[in-house]
Design a protein around this ligand. Structure first.
Ligand code: URA
Length: 444
């Protein structure tokens, strides 16, 4: 007979757990037969002693089967998705999903809400009047078969073990554990019944994993789990040393996403859509190399097919897609106030985490999952890394409705590091991790 206490002690002592021990722990915890205090002790043991690849595959499988999974086998075509570990101004999923679908690949995307300093795709989409991400399984499948793309929300039935364990980790100091993060993300993504997954693993001042070495290890761990569970997975490390694009904030990011779909988006936002889209096309075997993938994504951004697909998806999900031609139909903040540079010099770094939390203070994000957000607030960047500013030149424009405005503006001003000497701007793209190069050591 397996006992929770023995499993905890075994992991505390650094031993490898069997599949049945892991399965027991997760299913009994989900059913309420293992108390939070024992699961918290287990999470802390994993935090200090880690888990092997085989243990992580068993943990992910157990969490994935703790609830419902999407069975998309009745829909013909290859399904691929993308997951980002999150950051500030990360609106990439919004133009990416329709662009990939416009190339003929199915994209059953299930996204989350913003929490803490990061925004969430669902909150951004729901700033479009009428847009509903709450799709039943039947609606989801019907839309995917008809249009090739869904932008849905996670239901309570998907990976309930992860939901319960994540909430427990949040209050027991066990969030920052690479094996627990990797199995948490992968259990949710693989429940979508996809054949391929592209992971955008962020590093830098606005990322969950600030140190690129940690981001690399997280990426390796998730690619390994994907391979063990039969889903082709590729990870790209990308920089979150500054917000992505110009706009950060829910409805502001919708404007920028539509700009990308019209072929007029900011350079870094476009590059991310093209690169991650090319990876999705390669995984789906729509193309045989990344260059062809990049060319196909660029073509649908230029010829309007990606925008058309976005309009189709929005209309299917109840949205007023006249927003595409008239951004004034989106929620707007009451005031626009510039934050001025306190001195002249080069913008050498930004505290992107502080920019993200400033947006949350303005009302654009949540501290607790039940908080209501103000979709119109955010930041419009006037300067990116490497830019030279004169004293009193605007660094950014704050879109505010008055809430915590003075505190947020001060925090935003202090987030810009301005120096007389210019330092090189970090690259947007770091290493690419696939099952073929999984065991390479980090080389920056
Ligand atoms: N995101 C997740 O989904 N899970 C984690 O554990 C951390 C970030």
């Amino acid at each position: 007979m397996i006992r929770a206490l023995d499993v905890i002690i075994k992991k505390r002592n650094g031993n490898i757990l069997s599949d049945s021990e892991i399965q027991f722990l997760i299913s009994e915890y989900t059913n309420g037969n293992i108390p939070d205090y024992q699961m918290a002790a287990f999470a802390m043991a994993v935090f200090f002693k880690s888990m092997s690849g085989a243990e992580l595959s068993a943990l992910t499988t157990a969490m994935l089967h703790s609830g419902s999974t999407l069975d998309l086998s009745s829909i013909s075509g290859v399904c691929v998705d993308k997951h980002s570990t999150g950051g500030v101004g990360d609106k990439i999923s919004i133009p990416l999903a329709p662009a990939v679908a416009a190339c003929g690949v199915l994209v059953p995307m299930i996204s989350g809400r913003g929490l803490g300093h990061t925004g969430g795709t669902l909150d951004k989409l729901e700033s479009i009047p009428g847009f509903s991400c709450k799709l039943s399984v039947e609606q989801f499948k019907k839309q995917l078969a008809a249009i090739g793309c869904c932008l849905g929300s996670q239901t309570d039935e998907i990976a309930p073990a992860d939901k319960k364990l994540y909430a427990l980790r949040d209050v027991t100091g066990t969030i920052e554990s690479i094996p627990l993060i990797a199995s948490s993300i992968m259990s949710k993504k693989l429940s979508e019944g996809i054949q391929g997954l592209v992971l955008d693993v962020k590093f830098g001042s606005g990322a969950f994993m600030r140190d690129p070495k940690d981001a690399y290890l997280l990426a390796q761990t998730m690619v390994d789990i994907g391979a063990r569970m039969g889903t082709q997975t590729v990870a790209r490390l990308t920089s979150m040393e500054q917000p992505i694009g110009i706009m950060a904030g829910n409805s502001l990011e919708i404007c920028e996403s539509i700009d990308v779909l019209k072929g007029i988006g900011p350079k870094d936002t476009n590059q991310l859509v093209i690169e991650l889209g090319a990876e999705m096309l390669l995984l789906s075997k729509k193309v045989s190399n990344l260059d062809d993938g990049r060319a196909q994504i660029q073509a649908v951004l230029k010829n309007g097919l990606a925008l058309q697909k976005f309009i189709q998806v929005g209309e299917a999900q109840g949205a007023n897609m006249r927003v595409v031609d008239d951004y004034s139909l989106l929620p707007h903040a009451q005031f626009k106030k510039p934050v001025f540079a306190p001195k002249a010099g080069f913008i050498n770094s930004m505290d992107t985490y502080a920019l993200g939390t400033a947006i949350a203070f303005l009302g654009g994000g949540r501290e607790k999952s039940a908080d209501i957000i103000d979709p119109g607030v955010g930041i419009e960047m006037c300067m990116k890394l490497g830019s030279y500013v004169e004293e009193n030149q605007p660094l950014c424009i704050v879109h505010s409705s008055g809430k915590n405005e003075a505190q947020a503006m001060k925090q935003i001003e202090e987030a810009f590091n301005i120096n007389a000497e210019k330092i090189p701007v970090p690259n947007l793209f770091g290493p690419r991790i696939t099952i073929q190069n999984l065991n390479e050591v980090f080389h920056g």
